[in-house]
Structures are given as structure tokens and as C-alpha cells.
Design a protein around this ligand. Structure first.
Ligand code: 3HC
Length: 724
């Protein structure tokens, strides 16, 4: 097996070309590592081999160590699965090889892939190859010597920037930095690399071992200063991520005690950090994100996605204009329909501002921005709908209005056209009730701002055809979203799961807990802002409108807080009108607004739930759990009802739709780390103290009692209830 995946060919020139072949990205799986060990040993041994070229098949050098192995380590806790690559292979077999080794890099060299190239004696690259060490984004640090060799090739500051940001550079920049020795057209890559390797063998070119170089490191005091500043910055920007400080410590070891000492420390620390909760969470998110593109009976039944070239959007409000922006920026023609020219012009203006704003921030070139804007056409009737491939309705949340629109578009659009709605709450069966083509009705639930937020929740009904789902998934990918296919229910997967989030926070405030403390606890946990600041941002109108929907759908477990109504009555509408829980001043962080306190007091008086009229006393941990465990509880109901294909889809949806911290792996993953039993017993206790809002779901109760993880696949009984 290993032999078939790492190939070696020895040419008449005496150069052995060792090729990694593991499509699609030539990940360094364990058989590949074994194959590399074997081929390097053979090439070193053979007398007819003068020099070696290491390359990857299919236009990609390597996407790094096989991330699935991390998952196995996490599942088993057995770190011995990890092979010794850093010392035994990259250092001893490659860098200290008796024959020169040149890396021929094309497409990408990431993580362990780049680390192999760093261990070679020269690196020749094709244009636009991505070079990077993204390990920190997986919660680990580079483990094949990257923390030592990269600073020695590109300088300390640049190496730290590349590792801490996890962002790759292009081979063109790599050439300027000295990471790449020569940049050559793809077709010449192997030819030039072979010649380069022979030149080293014949001493026409220098035989450089990266680990032995010191010329780019600067003096010890300069290096210490660079590290000090990097540590300070990392502390500020990534306070919950241990891998950043650890990576800097490992880099420092090599600077003080020499590269090989650094390599040894790196290997030791790597084995510890790979087992950290952060690595578990981030690896889970990486693999789960890719799993969302596998939808049973949709992506595995041989259907081919049809191309969507032209989309009509009905409604140019905040959502409609954001969706239109996302589409035109990715080369899809958009027809924007509004009811009158005033609204239409407003919608078009918003879209143009969105696109030009992105160009101003350097996200796309001016030319690309103008091209995108030219792909938009505003209309006031349905004439242009005759050749659209998809319609996305994005009008206000009104059932009969949506039903009328669906009847009209069914007549105006061609028979293959996807009929999508961007509703965030209304039952899709209701929206499609009055038309014949219910198989083409689907939810395209974007998150605001739609041109920036990465999640696309695709809502299917029992009648939606697999082709329609596949086509919308494809559009999602074209516009660079992560499409997650979910079933139909109030709030769908994300908003439904998170409806108790704001309610839990309100319940605590009404029990006497300080609102600003709650926000602090939640943002320290890793969400970008707490629930009250989030409500300020969305405006209280949204909170009141969706609150009513949830009261209708989940009357057995909602908490009705008088607070939002009171804020509204007092003329407050959050950030919109500058009167929220916080004071918003340009250029400074939001500050708690003391004038909101009497309104909170009034709410407490009205709700009258404080035990014996006194505020409850809780720890920060309890605050966190009293806000998030009800969310976990609702997630359990979503899983039980089969609203998502797999638990990890809900993790991805929570990370991308709600900004749940990715390093905690998503809502279900986090709950399993905390333990279903603890979630259940806590909820049980609080439901006895504070009422039905905390009542544990049967799914949670069963799993807690039986010791089954919440993420374990549903039982046969539950599957039969699936809404997918
Ligand atoms: C010890 C070492 O220091 C540790 C390491 O090397 S850790 C690994 C470091 N490398 C990385 O983080 C790179 C991770 N991969 C990526 O960023 C992207 O996959 C990529 C830029 C390589 C390619 O992106 P793209 O073309 O959009 O394809 P993408 O869908 O992401 O990946 C294609 C397939 O390759 C898989 N894949 C990509 N990189 C992988 C890796 N390092 N290990 C295992 N599988 C990998 C993906 O899971 C996906 O599998 P699927 O088809 O079954 O869903």
C-alpha cells in the first residue's frame, strides 16, 4: 500500500524523483510517511542516485499531515499513533541526507508539507503556489520542524506572522523572502529541480541545511524583543488560544539553545498540545465543515448540479441587498425586484455601497467591484423572470404576502427555476401551500450581513427535490458560503437552537444578575459579544417579533421577559437609535449605560421571580451554564427531531451562524466535552428552582442517564421521525 502511494523514479541523470501521491491534496497519511521513509532510505543507499527531488502528484506538493490522524488520536487518546517524522525523517533522512534534496513545489505546500520542503536543501516553486504553516488554526503547532526552520529562512518576524496568522503566502512572495530559491513555470519545474539538485551535488550551488542557518535571526536581544511583542499581541488578540504562546516558547528555545534543541522541544510539546481541548475542537470543526457537503440521498445518488447563472431577488431590504451582493461578487447575474422605484433605488444603492465598501477595504479590486455592479439589474415587474434559474424571496415575514409572491413566481419563472425563500421563521410548507411546484420550494436562510456571514442554512421540506437541494448547495459554494442542509421547523436549526440564548440571559437578569456581567462572562467564553450587546445590535423590534414566534411554537418552555417591551416603551431601540444597554461612541468600546438600570429594576418588579425578592447569587461558571445549557437542551431536541443530518452539522452552523467559538468545537461538541450528565443534572436542579424554561428534554435525559454522547448518531426510532 505504502509503495503505491510514494513513487520513486531514477533517471539517467542520476536524480531520484520521489513523488507523494495521495489525492486530493497529498496529505501526509501514515502510509505516505512510511513510503517516504522507505524511498529516502533506498535513494540514499543506491549508488546510481546522485541527488533527490521531492514532489507531489497532481499539481499539489502536499496539504500537510493527515488531519484524520489527529481525530484518531482524539478518539483513542493514544498519542503513539503519531509517527516520528520530525527527527527521524525530516532531519535525519532529508536534511542530513548524504545526497542533496530539492523540493519541487506546485499548487500548495502547507503544514507538514511545507515543513518537508523546509528540510530540503533548496526549494523550486511554480507560480502562485500557496506556502504556509496553518497548524495553529488546528489548535496545534508545526510539528515537523517548522517552528525552527521557517524563522531561519524568512526571518523571525515574518515567520511568527505566518505561523500565528495561519495564512499562507504565495510562492512569488516566498521567492522575495528567500524561502523559495527559484520560481519557474510549472512545465519546467521538474527539469529545473533536477538540474538544481545535481548542481548542489557537484558543488556548483550551495548545500544549505536550513536548521544550521542563523543569518536571518538577528541578535539575541533583537529576537527577544520580537518575541516579547508577539507574546503581548497574542495575549490581547487570542486570549483563549494556548497554542500561540506555546508556539512562541518553542521558537525561543531554538533561538537560545540552537535549532536542533528547538526541534526536540517542538516534538515534545506537539505531543502534549495535540491532546488539548482547543486542538480537539478545531480539528473537529475542520473535518465537520467538510462533512456538511455530504447529504444522504442528495449528494450520493448520482445527480449533477445544474449551473445557476441568473438569480432574481424579491425585496431589496437589508437581507435582499446583502444576498444580491454575495451573488454578483461571484459572477452570478442578479435581477432585483421591488414594489416601487424609491425602494428599488434604495436597494441598488445599498448593494453598490456593499460592493464598493469591500473594494475600499481591499477585499476585491476596483475593476472586480465595477464588474460585479454591472451584473445587477433593478426591475419593478416579472418580465425579466422568464429566464432566471433561481428566485430568492426576501420580503417581510408575512405569510399571505409570501404565498402570493410564490403563486406569481411559479407563473413567471421557467419550470426548472428554484423557488427559494429567505424566511428565518415561517414554515416552508405554509409558504408553498398554494402552488403546484412544491418540489422546487426551498429555504435559503442567509445570516445578516448576508454578504459577509459564511453560513447558508438550506431548509428542505419533505417535498423539496434532491436536485433543488443540490443546486442550492452548489450556488452556496460558488458564493463562498458553507451550505448546511436542515429540516423544516420554527427557527430551523440555528435560530431554533439559539432561541433560549437571549431568554436565558433575560431570565438571569430578572433573577437579579447584572446584565453587563452576563455579557462579560459570555464574551470571555469566546463569543464576539454577549446577548445584551447582540440585542442592541439587532434592535429590540427583532427580539419582540421572533419572541412571539417562539412563544407560539414552544409555549411549554419559553421565558417571557418584560424587559424588551419596557425598553421599547421607553423609546430605546439599541444601537440603532443610540439608546441600548450600552452607550455607543465612535472610536471607543461600548460602555454600559447606567440609565438602563431603572428599567431593569422595573422588569424585575414585574416578573417577580427573584426568590424571596432578593437577587440570586451565582458564580461566573453558573452564569455561563445557565445561559448556554438551555441552548444545548434545544440542540438536543433539534437532534432528536432529525432537523440536521448529523450532530456536527449543528456544530458548524453554531460556529458560522452564531459565532460560537470554533476552538470549542461547536455547541454539541462543547456540550459533550462538558458532559451530558452535568448538563442534565444542572438543568434538572434549575428547573426545580426556576421553572420549565430549564426542563431537560427527554433526549438529553436519556443520553445523560445511559452515558451516551449527545453527538452519537440517532437511534432507529428517532431517525424515523426525521424531517430531512
Ligand atoms: C505535524 C504537522 O505540522 C501538522 C500538520 O501538517 S497539520 C495539517 C496542516 N495543513 C492544513 O491545515 C491544511 C488543511 N487543508 C486546507 O486548508 C484545505 O483543505 C486545502 C487548502 C489544502 C485545500 O482546499 P480545497 O481545495 O478547498 O479542498 P478541501 O475541500 O478543503 O479539501 C479537499 C479534501 O482534502 C481533505 N484534506 C485537506 N487537507 C487535509 C489534510 N491535511 N489531512 C487530511 N485531509 C485533508 C479535506 O478534508 C477534503 O476531504 P473530503 O473531500 O473528504 O471532504
Amino acid at each position: 500500500m505504502s509503495q503505491s502511494r510514494v513513487m520513486m523514479e531514477v533517471g539517467n541523470d542520476g536524480v531520484a524523483v520521489i513523488t507523494i501521491s495521495n489525492p486530493p491534496v497529498n496529505a501526509l497519511a501514515i502510509p505516505i510517511i512510511d513510503g517516504l521513509k522507505e524511498k529516502f532510505a533506498e535513494a540514499t543507499r543506491r549508488n546510481d542516485v546522485k541527488a533527490i527531488v521531492l514532489t507531489g502528484k497532481g499539481g499539489r506538493f502536499s496539504g500537510g499531515f493527515d488531519i484524520n490522524v489527529f481525530q484518531k488520536v482524539h478518539g483513542t487518546g493514544d498519542i503513539s499513533i503519531m509517527p516520528d517524522v520530525s527527527a527521524e525523517l525530516v532531519t535525519n533522512a532529508v536534511e542530513d541526507c548524504k545526497k542533496p534534496v530539492v523540493a519541487a513545489v506546485e499548487g500548495l505546500a502547507l503544514g507538514g508539507g511545507l515543513e518537508f520542503a523546509l528540510g530540503c536543501h533548496a526549494r523550486i516553486a511554480a507560480p502562485r503556489a500557496q506556502l504556509g504553516l496553518p497548524e495553529l488554526s488546528l489548535g496545534v503547532i508545526p510539528g515537523f520542524g517548522g517552528t525552527q526552520r521557517l524563522p531561519r529562512l524568512v526571518g523571525l518576524s515574518k515567520a511568527i506572522e505566518m505561523m500565528l496568522s495561519s495564512k499562507p503566502i504565495m510562492s512569488e512572495e516566498g521567492k522575495k523572502l528567500g524561502l523559495i530559491d527559484a520560481l519557474v513555470p510549472s512545465e519546467d519545474l521538474l527539469k529545473v529541480s533536477r538540474a538544481w539538485a545535481l548542481d548542489i551535488a557537484e558543488r556548483h550551488k550551495p548545500w544549505l541545511r536550513s536548521l544550521h542557518r542563523t543569518d536571518k535571526l538577528g541578535s539575541l536581544s533583537e529576537a527577544r524583543e520580537v518575541l516579547r511583542i508577539a507574546r503581548q499581541q497574542a495575549k490581547k488578540t487570542t486570549p483563549n488560544l494556548p497554542q500561540h504562546q506555546i508556539c512562541l516558547d518553542v521558537i525561543e528555545e531554538g533561538i537560545i539553545h540552537g535549532g536542533y534543541s528547538g526541534v526536540l522541544k517542538e516534538a515534545k510539546v506537539f505531543k502534549e498540545i495535540v491532546l488539548s481541548d482547543t486542538a480537539r475542537g478545531l480539528v473537529h470543526v475542520f473535518l465537520s465543515k467538510r462533512a456538511t457537503s455530504k447529504v444522504p440521498n442528495v449528494t450520493d445518488v448520482g445527480l449533477k448540479p445544474r449551473q445557476v447563472k441568473k438569480v432574481a431577488i424579491i425585496g431589496g431590504g437589508l437581507m435582499g441587498s446583502g444576498i444580491a451582493t454575495a451573488l454578483i461578487m461571484n459572477n452570478i447575474f442578479v435581477v432585483l425586484k421591488e414594489v416601487n422605484s424609491e425602494y428599488l433605488q434604495k436597494g441598488i444603492k445599498t448593494i453598490e455601497e456593499n460592493v464598493r465598501g469591500l473594494a475600499a477595504r481591499g477585499k476585491l479590486t476596483k475593476d472586480r467591484a465595477e464588474k460585479a455592479i454591472s451584473m445587477l439589474k433593478g426591475v419593478l415587474d416579472y418580465a425579466e423572470f422568464k429566464d432566471v434559474d433561481m428566485v430568492i424571496e426576501a420580503v417581510i415575514e408575512n405569510v399571505s404576502l409570501k404565498q402570493n409572491i410564490f403563486s406569481e413566481i411559479e407563473k413567471a419563472c421557467p419550470p426548472h427555476c428554484i423557488l427559494a425563500t429567505n424566511t428565518s421563521t415561517i414554515d416552508l410548507n405554509l409558504i408553498g401551500e398554494k402552488i403546484k411546484s412544491e418540489d422546487r420550494v426551498i429555504g435559503a436562510h442567509f445570516f445578516s450581513p448576508a454578504h459577509l456571514m459564511p453560513l447558508l442554512e438550506i431548509v428542505r421540506t419533505k417535498k423539496t427535490s434532491p436536485q433543488t437541494i443540490l443546486d442550492l448547495m452548489t450556488v452556496g459554494k460558488v458564493i463562498k458560503k458553507v451550505p448546511v442542509v436542515v429540516g423544516n421547523c420554527t427557527g430551523f436549526a440555528v435560530n431554533r437552537t439559539f432561541f433560549p440564548y437571549a431568554q436565558g440571559a433575560h431570565l438571569l437578569v430578572n433573577l437579579g444578575v447584572d446584565a453587563f456581567r452576563i455579557d462579560r462572562v459570555i464574551s470571555n467564553f469566546g463569543l464576539p459579544m454577549g446577548p445584551f450587546q447582540l440585542q442592541d445590535l439587532a434592535g429590540y423590534g427583532v427580539a419582540m417579533a421572533v419572541g412571539k414566534e417562539y412563544e407560539k411554537a414552544f409555549s411549554d418552555r419559553v421565558f417571557k421577559s418584560p424587559l424588551v417591551g419596557l425598553l421599547d416603551k421607553n423609546g430605546r431601540n439599541g444601537k440603532n437609535n443610540g439608546k441600548g444597554f450600552y452607550i455607543y461612541e465612535k472610536g471607543s468600546k461600548p460602555k454600559p449605560d447606567p440609565s438602563v438600570l431603572p428599567i431593569i429594576e422595573e422588569s424585575r418588579r414585574l416578573s417577580n421571580i427573584m426568590p424571596a425578592g432578593k437577587p440570586i447569587s451565582v458564580t461566573d461558571k453558573e452564569i455561563l451554564e445557565m445561559v448556554l445549557f438551555p441552548v444545548v437542551n434545544e440542540a438536543c431536541r433539534v437532534l432528536n427531531e432529525g432537523i440536521v443530518v448529523r450532530a456536527s452539522d449543528l456544530d458548524i452552523a453554531s460556529v458560522l451562524g452564531m459565532s460560537f467559538p470554533s476552538y470549542r468545537g461547536g455547541i454539541v461538541f462543547w456540550a459533550d466535552m462538558v458532559g451530558a450528565k452535568h448538563v442534565y443534572t444542572s438543568l434538572k436542579k434549575w428547573s426545580e428552582m426556576y421553572g420549565v424554561f430549564y426542563k431537560a428534554s427527554t433526549f438529553l435525559e436519556e443520553r445523560a442517564i445511559k452515558g451516551i454522547p449527545l453527538s452519537a448518531p440517532a437511534t432507529a426510532a428517532a431517525t424515523s421521525k426525521s424531517r430531512m
